[in-house]
Design a protein around this ligand. Structure first.
Ligand code: SF4
Length: 209
């Protein structure tokens, strides 16, 4: 579903392939930076603008990949199965090969978060009338022409401001704001799998689904 808050998007996105498409047209024709109000229910520490992908808080070794010759890797997280050279990233733009080891760059690094009605997810028979703590990181493994949230899905982590929100804090924020569930939404959550998994476990301890 379309997100309601994006934190201080700094740039119009760059796509990771060379196809000229509507987004590229918008990028070249529109140099507008968007600033949206930051929800006040969190006091999470903001990362620096154009946040640094050498910040160790955001980096975790990827859970699913295999090592290939010449320091290449094959990511096994989604059906794209990107083969990535050393110092390069996969299609989603949030996973990087560093000396033959593959890392996610968006662990605990959401660029948007919001409390939504569960019906907006859209779920109509799962805890109807409840609230869902909703979040996403930068990046996506898809490139849909109709994407409503292209400002975050089609960018790298450096192109959008994010916050540092580790799994335990995410779960506590959800519980403290009467959210029955945490929703990994706005873009394809597979690409921040490690963060999603640990947050789901932390949420379980807070009795948040
Ligand atoms: S998760 Fe990203 S790097 Fe991995 S296969 Fe999918 S698009 Fe490629």
């Amino acid at each position: 579903m379309k997100l309601q808050h994006i934190d201080f998007i700094d740039q119009i996105p760059k796509r990771f392939n060379s196809t000229i498409n509507r987004r590229e047209f918008i990028k070249t024709g529109t140099m507008v930076s968007c600033a949206f109000l930051c929800p006040s229910f969190l006091s999470a520490e903001k990362s620096n603008a154009n946040s640094n992908s050498d910040d160790n808080r955001f980096i975790r070794e990827a859970s699913y990949y295999e090592k290939l010759d010449h320091k290449k890797i094959r990511c096994l997280l989604c059906p794209r199965e990107c083969v990535v050279d050393d110092r390069e990233r996969g299609y989603c733009g949030v996973r990087e090969n560093r000396n033959g080891i593959y890392y996610t760059l968006v662990y605990a690094r959401p660029c948007t978060y919001h409390i939504d009605p569960i019906e907006k997810k859209p779920l109509f028979h799962f805890h109807p009338g409840s609230l869902a703590f909703s979040l996403a990181t930068a990046g996506c493994n898809l490139n849909c022409k109709f994407c409503q949230n292209w400002q975050i899905s089609q960018v790298t982590p450096e192109q959008v401001q994010s916050i540092y929100l580790p799994p335990k804090d995410t779960a506590k924020a959800a519980a403290n704001n009467n959210c029955v569930s945490i929703a990994y939404t706005y873009s394809e959550p597979t690409i921040f799998y490690e963060y999603m998994y640990d947050t789901a476990e932390a949420g379980h301890k807070e009795n948040v689904k």
